[in-house]
Ligand binder design. Structure first.
Ligand SMILES: [Zn+2]
Ligand SMILES: [Zn+2]
Length: 293
């Protein structure tokens, strides 16, 4: 199985690569820019090329880009909506430039305007963002065809959309033609009310995935333990084994053969690289101990 972590790119792409190598990541995720800002970050073309070559040489992949949390494609406010759509378009281009296979984002919050209207706005924004990104002439050094866009499962705090597979399916149905997929965040789905601590629970969840978005849509797992309990709608990540999902829960998750082909990326609390190293070691240890089912 492929295990990795969310790495900091504030010090530049090459320092993110150094961190990934030091941690021994099989796969990595990083923010497209400051997570609390919609202001576009820029990438130096030469640096992007060195970064791509460094990842390839170290055998690290897939590379995942996470869009800023501030993005709200479901916003009824025109200015926020348009800024979010443009930010997504920019991130698609950035993902292409650094050779990322996936771009993950939270669908958005409807802010009281209703789920139906929110879902329609998200789908329209995704289609428009792809259009905007496609019409920009490709840079000479760009790699690949562009990222698969992943809708992240969210905990359902406030008016968040994307807390159920049905909502994600409705977005995907309306945004046909865009290469979409789903990111399953273990903390978020658990907080949203999906039981993922037991084999029975996980089987039921994956059956639901098959009946809604389809098994092929699952592209990525965010491996996070949860501070909040089942159905709490609390989006607070805990260290692996130290939250409400716990070691036994992760043993069931990591033993599941229906998930084994997916990259698992940590977004656990971190102040230093040691925190990531500890969580990565925990994931690998629990995975090695888990009985495959
Ligand atoms: Zn996220
Ligand atoms: Zn996540």
């Amino acid at each position: 199985m492929k295990f990795g972590a969310h790495v900091n790119r504030a010090g530049g792409l090459m320092s993110a690569l150094d961190a990934a190598r030091a941690l021994g990541c099989d796969t990595i995720q990083m923010f497209s820019r400051s997570p609390r800002s919609l202001r576009a970050g820029s990438v130096n073309e030469e640096e992007a090329r060195l970064f791509r070559e460094g990842l390839a040489a170290a055998g690290i992949g897939p590379l995942v880009i996470h869009a800023p949390y501030l993005l709200n494609l479901a916003s009824p406010r025109k200015e926020t909506y348009e800024a979010s759509r443009d930010a997504l378009a920019h991130d698609i281009m950035l993902a292409k430039a650094v050779g990322a296979e996936m771009l993950v984002f939270h669908p958005g919050s409807h802010l009281g305007s209703g789920e139906e209207a929110g879902i329609a706005r998200i789908a329209a924004a995704i289609v428009d963002a792809c259009e905007i990104a496609c019409h920009r002439p490709p840079a000479a050094n760009e790699a690949g065809d562009g990222p698969r866009l992943l809708l992240e499962m969210v905990s359902g705090a406030g008016t968040e959309i994307g807390k159920t597979f049905e909502e994600q399916r409705d977005i995907m149905d309306r945004a046909r033609g865009v290469p979409l997929g789903i990111c399953l965040d273990t903390c978020h789905v658990f907080a949203a009310g999906y039981e993922v601590r037991t084999m029975e629970g996980i089987s039921r969840v994956l059956d639901e995935v098959e009946a809604t978005v389809g098994a092929d849509s699952l592209a990525l797992v965010h491996a996070n333990d949860s501070v909040g309990d089942l159905g709490s709608h609390l989006d607070r990540h805990a260290n692996i084994g130290e939250g409400r999902i716990g070691e036994a829960g992760f043993r069931a998750i990591l033993g599941c053969s229906r998930l084994a082909h997916l990259p698992f990326i940590l977004e656990t609390p971190h102040r230093t690289l040691d925190d990531d190293a500890r969580n990565l070691a925990a994931l690998r240890r629990i995975s090695a101990e888990a009985v495959t089912w």
